[in-house]
Design a protein around this ligand. Structure first.
Ligand SMILES: C[S@@+](CC[C@H](N)C(=O)[O-])C[C@H]1O[C@@H](n2cnc3c(N)ncnc32)[C@H](O)[C@@H]1O
Length: 281
């Protein structure tokens, strides 16, 4: 039984990292006119109301997107990200936060394709309502790990997959490793962007995940991590990371510039780390 609802977490520091990396990758893909595919294995609802009871429960967006809202920024990546969020909040009040499908769509062109998967009916209903009438988009109610393998390699073949599980079960970590392994073999040119949480010492599996993926000998593997506080002994999420396969050339530089500008706005304890785990071919 799935219980995760992203509406409790929308716009938090993990979304900041994930969505900035996502936009940075899409900017790279847009450098060529040739069409590309965007696959989103855990798409969620696509748009979140930050005034909803779920979002207000812990108001996680206050330590995420709210720190950047109405700020002037100079990194082109941060500018595009803020412009995207602004299109959903045209009266200047921060009320709606776009999820990964909406952020990706804002960065895509007529010739590009979006393939979105989720399992939960409620999330899918909202997603379909939000993206209705856009014939670039295909939405599937399907298990992410099974569906991704069935739908790859996609057409067009250039492209990117975002894998953003909720890690509700410990077994999800192994499923992710198996999925990335198979995906890379079925679709060697595909860029993979995998989100993972950085948790308290008792629950953190990030070192295991990175080690397991390193052993898969994936091409151009790197990780980008953003933390907003020190690691605790218990469960709490103090940050998150993105693991990238087929990392585009110079992406790390773009992200480092954006993160350096973002960091002071997230508080004195905020840190980021970019690590190359295998060399570019
Ligand atoms: C972290 S949220 C996605 C957030 C979204 N990617 C974003 O950035 O806006 C995870 C989503 O995965 C869905 N989910 C959980 N397990 C799944 C599975 N096995 N297959 C497909 N979707 C799943 C949940 O319903 C939830 O909407």
């Amino acid at each position: 039984m799935l219980s995760y609802r992203h509406s409790f977490h929308a716009g938090n520091h993990a979304d900041l990292l994930k969505h900035l990396v996502l936009l940075a990758l899409l900017r790279k893909l847009r450098e060529k006119d040739k069409a590309f595919s965007y696959l989103d294995s855990h798409a969620g609802a696509g748009l979140y109301d930050l005034y909803s009871a779920n979002a207000l429960m812990n108001a996680e967006y206050e330590s995420g997107i709210a720190r950047l809202w109405r700020q002037s920024v100079s990194s082109p990546l941060l500018q595009e990200y803020l412009q995207c969020v602004q299109t959903f909040n045209s009266d200047g009040d921060l009320r709606y936060y776009p999820g990964s499908p909406a952020i990706a769509r804002s960065a895509m062109r007529e010739q590009d394709r979006l393939v979105l998967l989720d399992l939960q009916q409620e999330e899918l209903d909202l997603l379909r309502a939000h993206l209705r009438g856009d014939d670039r988009v295909a939405i599937h109610q399907r298990d992410a790990f099974e569906g991704l393998l069935a739908l790859t390699p996609p057409e067009p073949r250039r492209g990117l997959v975002l894998i953003d599980p909720s890690y509700e079960q410990k077994a999800d970590y192994q499923r992710v490793v198996d999925c990335v392994h198979k995906l890379h073999r079925r679709w060697p040119v595909g860029i993979v962007a995998l989100w993972y949480p950085l948790l308290g010492k008792a629950r953190d599996r990030s070192a295991w995940l990175k080690k397991a993926l390193r052993q898969e000998r994936l091409d151009a593997l790197c990780s980008i991590e953003l933390t907003v506080s020190a690691q605790t002994a218990e469960f709490g999420m103090h940050g998150s990371g993105m693991l990238l396969v087929n990392t585009p050339w110079q992406l790390e530089r773009t992200l480092a510039d954006a993160m350096a500008e973002l960091l002071p706005r997230l508080g004195a304890d905020a840190r980021f780390n970019i690590e190359t785990l295998s060399e570019n071919e």
